[in-house]
Design a protein around this ligand. Structure first.
Ligand code: FAD
Ligand code: PYC
Length: 413
């Protein structure tokens, strides 16, 4: 046993390992204030400080850092989207994810598994083929596979013709991956703080100050601070905070639930999704099955869990993996997801000068974290909208330039 562990075991007082530096007092002003200390807000702060030399930055979060949807997601990373704009953006994110442990010198447990979207109907085969072709055209490794090959990729999946919904084929996305979601927030936060960014958990933004059409400051429950620019990155609360800044978002906020089982010996190779059964499952590096299904069928600002969710989900999980009947469920939770009408995010400028939006991440924003942080920081630092995120502008809803990404949402959201 390592000596340090023994000493820790016999210690009367346990020193707490702090991921982040202690919260400082708020200064009267900053160049940039970031509202929301989830993965997105922290990634933007990191990119501002590391790649643009902007270190007068305060990240404000009403709770603890990384405690929102960053802590609640099922950590799926993929770029097998449907629209060319979506594929290019999520592929940039996936490539950044691949290098993130190295970038941080901190292990985010990035694990490439492959991602199988099962098709149980002719319509689902058609969408899979469409996605495979768009992906291949843009250099993303996705292809249509059929039961013989699926059996080799995922041998424990029930592929019998007698199943209630037999599997006809699947979209196989080789680079599909998972990562430790908390570690992503820790990595960005720690490395940003080392460069001078201030991290302010338990600091709620309650108002936005403006003059002559430009943002001038934010009101918080710890006082008012002035700033030159604001990035809003408050997944689940985007409409509420945008309302403080005086504009509306085309967003409905809907709970999404997930759960994990007791740990099992590794048996699941890939991330398995069924768009028709509306379920998905992967196995964490601790052996737990991480599972989820469709969004709750109502708009709600509450993170309660429901029995309807687990009953519906487990019924379908057992159709795909009947041998899991005796496995125990350990934990269940929910997050609030900000859904846009076209299932694509909103990134860019807003009607308020100097106030930038990073929203509409619904059920799909964890995988976007590195590319979102990079591009939002570039936007703030240069004042120019990077080409990569130009299609995701808020204006698209007024100009009828929707992106139509629903076919690539993993399940019915
Ligand atoms: P968050 O991590 O939610 O951070 C926003 C922060 O803003 C919060 O910490 C909150 O406290 C803070 N905040 C809110 N209001 C205020 C205020 N007034 N003042 C100060 N701070 C405020 N995406 C994927 O890509 N893959 C997945 O597998 C996946 N699975 C999911 C499963 C579930 C159950 C859920 C709920 C979501 C899932 N998502 C997934 C979506 C993903 O979790 C989110 O899109 C992503 O985490 C958003 O990151 P964020 O940093 O923008 O938000
Ligand atoms: O975007 O892949 C995804 C996803 C899976 C579950 C929730 N979101």
């Amino acid at each position: 046993m390592p000596f340090g562990l023994l000493k820790y075991g016999f210690s009367r007082t346990y020193p707490v390992w702090r991921q982040f530096p202690p919260r400082p007092d708020l200064k009267p002003s900053y160049d940039v204030v970031i509202i929301g200390g989830g993965g997105h807000g922290l990634a933007a702060a990191y990119h501002l400080s590391r790649y643009h030399g902007i270190t007068s930055v305060a990240v404000l979060d009403k709770g603890y850092l990384g405690g929102g949807n960053t802590a609640r997601n099922t950590a799926i990373i993929r770029s097998n989207y449907l629209t060319p704009e979506g594929v290019a953006f999520y592929d940039e994110a996936l490539r950044l994810f691949q290098g993130l442990s190295h970038e941080f010198d901190f292990n985010i447990l990035y694990s490439e598994r492959g991602h199988l979207t099962l098709a149980h109907t002719d319509a689902a085969i058609r969408t899979s083929r469409w996605r495979a072709e768009v992906n291949t055209h843009l250099g993303v490794e996705s292809r249509l596979v059929f039961p013989d090959e699926i059996a080799r990729i995922e041998p424990t999946l029930d592929l019998s013709r007698e199943a209630r919904y037999p599997v006809l084929g699947a979209l196989y996305h080789v680079p599909g991956a998972v990562a430790r979601h908390d570690a992503v927030a820790w990595g960005y936060g720690i490395r940003a703080a080392e460069r001078g960014v201030e991290l302010h958990p338990m600091t709620e933004v309650t108002g936005i100050e403006q003059a002559d059409g430009r943002v001038t400051g934010v009101v918080t429950d710890r006082g008012t601070i002035k700033c030159g620019a604001v990035i809003q990155a408050v997944a689940g609360m985007s409409s509420v905070v945008a309302g403080m800044a005086g504009f509306k978002l085309p967003i409905r906020s809907i709970p999404l639930q997930a759960c994990v089982s007791q740990p099992l010996k590794p048996f699941l190779n890939t991330i398995v999704v069924s768009g028709s059964l509306h379920i998905y499952i992967s196995q964490s590096s601790r052996g737990e099955l991480v599972m989820g299904s469709a969004s709750d069928p109502y708009v709600l600002y509450s993170t309660r869990s429901s029995l309807e969710f687990t009953e519906g989900l487990m019924g379908h999980i057992l159709e795909l993996f009947p041998f899991l009947g005796d496995v125990k469920l350990m934990r269940q939770w929910a997050g609030i997801t900000d859904m846009t009408p076209d299932f694509a995010p909103v990134m860019g400028t807003t009607p308020l000068d100097g106030y930038y939006i990073d929203a509409g991440w619904g059920t799909w924003g964890f995988k976007a974290t590195p590319a979102c942080g990079k591009n939002m920081a570039e936007l703030v630092a240069t004042g120019k909208v990077p080409d990569m995120i130009a299609p995701f502008t808020l204006e698209r809803f007024h100009k009828f330039r929707m992106l139509g990404e629903k076919g690539a949402a993993s399940v019915g959201h």
